[in-house]
Design a protein around this ligand. Structure first.
Ligand SMILES: [Zn+2]
Length: 204
């Protein structure tokens, strides 16, 4: 069983970070982690353009340095960007000082008020330190699992669609690793949300 929806008790116990937004908004908050990457981020941007949707991209600093033009296109298209570290370290396996230096380095190439920890792993102390750098930590309420290599895409897509609600912050990945799953999931996800009469918003 995949933990597609983050349980309420976890969200309530960690209220120093954003998990979702008020359901009265009727908006879904699409987020894309791990880009910008060639081809896949461009494919996402094309789709969002076509559908007239704004989203939030949690970028890896090193990928921004490698793909500055794609990063600029994200900004020029009016999407939100967030800091997703420079080298994608795991906070539970990295000394805090090194971890924070990595986030600081990403800050030089990604101007944002938002931070999302790689792998969703973070400590209360790091949440506070990141806040001192001027960023709010953003988690998610719904996980697509598009990064899983042996994913039963049809089954997981149904699972995600049955669970999505207004106010949800949903995670997809604009990474090569996720691309084949993403291509199958994202267009159907967008169509479903629009069919419900809901809209999409960027995190602001
Ligand atoms: Zn990531």
């Amino acid at each position: 069983m995949k933990l597609t929806r983050v349980p309420n008790w976890i969200r309530k116990s960690k209220s120093d970070r954003i998990w979702d937004f008020s359901v009265s908004s009727k908006s879904i908050f699409l987020t894309f982690d791990d880009g910008p990457q060639e081809e896949v981020t461009e494919w996402v941007l094309d789709l969002l353009d076509q559908e007239n949707i704004q989203a939030t991209f949690f970028c890896v600093g090193n990928n921004v340095a490698l793909n500055p033009k794609i990063y600029q296109r994200i900004l020029d298209s009016g999407h939100q960007v967030g800091n997703h570290s420079y080298t994608h370290p795991n906070a539970w396996k990295t000394p805090t000082e090194d971890y924070l230096k990595d986030v600081e380095k990403a800050k030089e190439v990604i101007q944002s008020n938002y931070f999302r920890p790689p792998y969703g792993k973070i400590s209360n102390k790091i949440v506070k330190e990141v806040e001192n750098m001027g960023m709010t930590t953003v988690m998610w309420s719904l996980l697509s699992y598009d990064f899983e290599q042996d994913l039963d895409v049809e089954k997981q897509l149904k699972n995600v669609l049955s669970k999505v609600e207004p106010g949800d912050v949903v995670v997809f990945h604009d990474s090569q690793k996720s691309f084949s799953n993403l291509k199958k999931m994202l267009p159907s996800f967008v169509k479903y949300v629009k069919d419900q009469g809901w809209s999409f918003s960027r995190i602001d």
